[in-house]
Write a protein that binds this ligand. Structure first.
Ligand SMILES: Cc1ncc(COP(=O)(O)O)c(C=O)c1O
Length: 427
């Protein structure tokens, strides 16, 4: 099966043969086939969904020559599916790289490598300003790397992990690849709902991952009221690892209402990908002493550390007032375009969501119909199937390649492609 996925003979969504039929064909016992399917499931290659049988996951974690739930955009179509920041608004790295080149002295070896104290101090100060206690801090290769290390240190294959539904597609893929069970927590504009979190805890979730702001794909941001509710729910839960993902970071123009410290085991991860560029591959991770020590200690016996060259580059970006100005300008631009698209859709009778961030989530009755109709109209949008467990269907539109003049025509195309769905985005 794995070879089939790698070669592209088995595509995302394809059904695997029924256990008994395959057992008969191969001349082995059904238990052997069932065990093999279980192993594929634990490695996140396939998913078993009741009467739909066992199918290849949308993005299985093996390199494939044909990995596509999303068809490539038609030539000439506008791609609003990607979830990338606006490359026109990322701070230029060139001048900082040149300054670094002049400043770097002796090469850094194994013994001297670590989290740069200056970077840790600057990160601590930034997090403390936002109310995140950051005495213990480490650095990872981006948010998802940090989350993977946190999960690997705290949970075991088969354990349940509570994630937002709809949520970040890459995180759902990671949870599947680690052999964990995802429990979906419904989201509204103020973050994960309290009843959803309560149900996930009751169902035995060993970790909970919450996006602070710019939730992907709905744009939700945890409000003060929701944070208070969730903190009360989580208080004293020694059995749960709480992970917060604040990837909007300096781009967010709503206040942070952290949950950090609500549980004894917690971590707060802030990537630099969205404000400064995904290719920097760096996130800071704060948390309780034991949790941070596990992540840092495990990294030390594996990848080692995040290159001090990258750490110095991020520090230079943080310290440069001109970069701060560019990030503020980018934040305003995202807000303008995102709010503009949500308003344009509302004017056409469509209740879309996008309180913060770079994405707009549009509930639709049928994703395939909507994605195909929009593709025919020249717009490539992301099907919500990548983001959903049990949440209602939707499509995700990233605003970062849009100009203001695009908003009206895009909203017209969306309105033609879908009918209004007053039910909202939660299942
Ligand atoms: C919810 C969420 N968290 C974090 C990130 C950034 O991840 P990384 O730091 O691994 O680039 C993204 C990027 O799309 C995201 O959508």
């Amino acid at each position: 099966m794995e070879t089939g996925i790698r070669a592209g003979d088995l595509a995302p969504g394809d059904a695997l043969p029924a256990v008994r039929a395959l057992a008969a064909e191969l001349g082995v016992s059904p238990a052997t086939v069932a065990k093999a399917y279980q192993e594929l499931r634990q490695r996140g290659l396939v998913v078993t969904a009741g009467r739909h049988g066992t199918r290849v996951r949308p993005r299985p974690p093996v390199a494939s020559r044909r990995s596509a739930l999303m068809p490539p955009p038609l030539p000439g179509a506008r791609d609003v599916s990607a979830g990338n920041p606006d490359s026109r608004l990322l701070p230029p790295l060139g001048p900082h790289l040149a300054a670094l080149a002049a400043e770097l002295r002796a090469p850094v070896g194994y013994a001297a490598s670590a989290v740069l104290p200056e970077l840790a101090a600057a990160a601590r100060e930034r997090l403390a300003t936002d109310g995140v206690p950051a005495d213990e801090i480490t650095v990872t290769g981006g948010a998802l790397d940090g989350i993977e290390r946190l999960l690997a240190a705290h949970v075991r294959p088969g354990d349940a992990v509570a994630v937002e539904d709809p949520g970040w597609a890459n995180l759902l893929d990671l949870v599947a690849a680690l052999g964990l069970r995802a429990i979906g927590v419904p989201v509204d504009d103020e973050g994960p709902t309290a009843p959803g979190v309560r149900a996930a805890l009751a169902a035995g979730a060993r970790a909970l991952i919450v996006t602070s702001r710019a939730q992907n794909p709905t744009g939700a941001a945890v409000s003060a009221g929701r944070a208070a509710e969730l903190r009360a729910l989580l208080a004293g839960r020694a059995d749960l690892l709480l992970i917060e993902d604040d990837h909007a970071a300096e781009l967010a123009r709503v206040p942070l209402h952290p949950l950090a410290g609500a549980t004894p085991a917690w971590a707060f991860v802030r990537s630099v990908s969205k404000p400064y560029g995904p290719d920097l591959r760096l996130a800071v991770l704060a948390g309780d002493e034991a949790t941070v020590a596990r992540v840092a200690g495990r990294a030390r016996v594996g990848a080692g550390w995040v290159s001090t060259v990258l750490q110095r580059l991020v520090l230079a970006l943080w310290r440069d007032p001109a970069t701060g100005g560019l990030v503020r300008r980018a934040a305003e631009s995202y807000d303008r375009r995102r709010d503009g698209l949500v308003d344009a859709l509302a004017a056409r009778g469509l209740a879309a969501h996008g309180r913060t961030g770079i994405n707009v989530w549009v509930p639709v009755p049928d994703e395939t119909v909507a994605v195909t109709a929009l593709r025919d109209a020249g717009w490539s949008v992301a099907p919500g199937a990548l983001n959903r467990i049990a949440a209602a269907p939707g499509v995700r539109i990233t605003v970062s390649t849009l100009d203001e003049a695009d908003l009206g025509p895009l909203a017209d195309a969306v309105a033609r492609a879908v009918r209004p769905s007053p039910a909202g985005f939660s299942a």
